[in-house]
Write a protein that binds this ligand. Structure first.
Ligand code: PLP
Length: 396
């Protein structure tokens, strides 16, 4: 008999799993080339060649004990120092290895920091639409995820609503920019206002409110748009990063948490994070990948590839009558459905047009669908008649 907690979590994640299984079934029936799968944020790009070379070099150069052994739960000190220096070079900060904890991707990092900071019943507040897994991460430590309703005119965070929702149990405010699923980037002005609001609330409530920035898409920002660095604006800010998207390494599970000295109870937080990494079963981030990414800190997957997809998809969809905020980053578009029922829309897209899309309700924002454009340009081009016919099936 499985636990009650897992029953709920399995039920919550069954929609995306069902979609994955449907995709496999449709591909078998109609041929993979006739199924347009926009459902997963799985990069379609190879990692840069330098990453492959780095893995080979690590295996050739370093001693087996160094590459394959246990280590400090926070990760190799020299790797953490290199990561800190790379952040300092780019963002004008002054971090050291003591501020970096290597993690098992962004998901591992978020679970570790949630477990470190939250007691059962504590609250993490995020902004809808949000990455659906956040809910399960909160449930993992018996905390509660609350979402500020979406401002659908811009999908920028609604700070007035956030202010109303913050209370004595609010331990974390979680932001994700560039955003999954909207592609929106939060401006410096927004981060400054958010920081001022959190400072004010901390004083008013006499609590610590940590701002956690989930940044797996930091490098995927188009048109030269800057993604503000939150630690420059708020003392209690923590960054969760991952190379899953920037180096196309989602299966390798490698990322880090950045915890500045300025956060409340820094020494305790750091010691607790190190313990959480171990006892949550990760023990440490994958050793080979730690050493490999340290050699590729200035590398990034080919952003132009996603940018071209962004332009082609946006142009195609808007000329077919769809409405969507033009994404500034990541590789997702959040498109308004011509009917309120986004799940029914996705069912029709799948069954009648072999388009696999994710309903906005999976991100806490119904009436929209997420389209992941980390696919081949050919998939986008060939799917356009299907998107057009899908819209016409509602309007004609
Ligand atoms: N956060 C967001 C917003 C994501 O979109 C994802 C993955 O798609 C993750 C976290 C998890 O990233 P990782 O694969 O690095 O654990």
């Amino acid at each position: 008999m499985i636990s009650e907690k897992m029953k709920t979590l399995v039920a919550g994640s069954s929609a995306i799993r069902a979609m994955f299984e449907d995709g496999v079934r449709l591909a078998q029936k109609y041929g993979a080339e006739n199924v347009f799968d926009f459902s997963l944020g799985n990069p379609n790009l190879e990692p840069p060649e330098s990453v492959r070379q780095a893995v080979i070099d690590v295996l050739a150069e370093d001693s087996p004990t160094l590459v394959h052994g246990y280590m400090d739960n926070c990760g190799y000190p020299d790797v953490r120092q290199k990561v800190a220096e790379s952040i300092n070079r780019r963002f004008g900060t002054a971090f050291s290895k003591d501020n970096i904890v290597m993690t098992v991707g962004a998901a591992g990092g978020l679970n570790v920091i949630f477990n470190t900071l939250m007691n059962p019943g504590d609250e993490v507040i995020t902004f809808a639409p949000y990455f659906g897994e956040y809910k399960s991460y909160a449930a993992n430590c018996h905390a509660v995820l609350k979402a500020v309703p979406a401002d659908t005119s811009s999908f920028q965070p609604n700070l007035a609503e956030l202010e109303k929702m913050i209370g004595p149990k609010t331990r974390i405010v979680l932001i994700n920019s560039p955003n999954n699923p909207t592609g929106v980037i939060y401006s410096e002005e927004t981060i400054v206002s958010l920081s001022a609001l959190l400072e004010r609330k901390q004083k008013e409530l006499g609590t610590d409110i940590y701002l956690v920035a989930d940044e797996p898409y930091r490098e995927l920002a188009y048109d030269g748009i800057e993604v503000p660095y939150v630690t420059r604006h708020y003392k209690n800010a923590i960054v969760g990063y991952s190379w899953s998207k920037s180096l196309s390494l989602p299966g390798e599970r490698i990322g880090y948490l950045l915890i500045p000295d300025s956060v409340a109870d820094f020494e305790d937080v750091r010691a607790a994070v190190s313990t959480a990494v171990r006892i949550m079963g990760f023990v440490n981030a994958p050793s080979l990948l730690q050493r490999a990414v340290a050699k590729c800190l200035d590398e990034c997957a080919d952003i132009d590839f996603y940018d071209k997809n962004r332009k082609a998809l946006y142009e195609g969809l808007t000329s077919a009558g769809y409405e969507c905020v033009y994404p500034q980053g990541a590789f997702y578009m959040f498109v308004k459905t011509p009917v309120d029922d986004d799940k029914a829309f996705c069912e029709r897209a799948k069954n009648d047009f072999r388009l696999l899309l994710v309903p906005g309700s999976a991100f806490g924002c119904s009436g929209y669908v997420r389209i992941a454009y980390c696919v081949s340009p050919d998939t986008i081009r060939r799917s356009m008649p299907a998107f057009k016919a899908l819209m016409e099936s509602y309007t004609k």
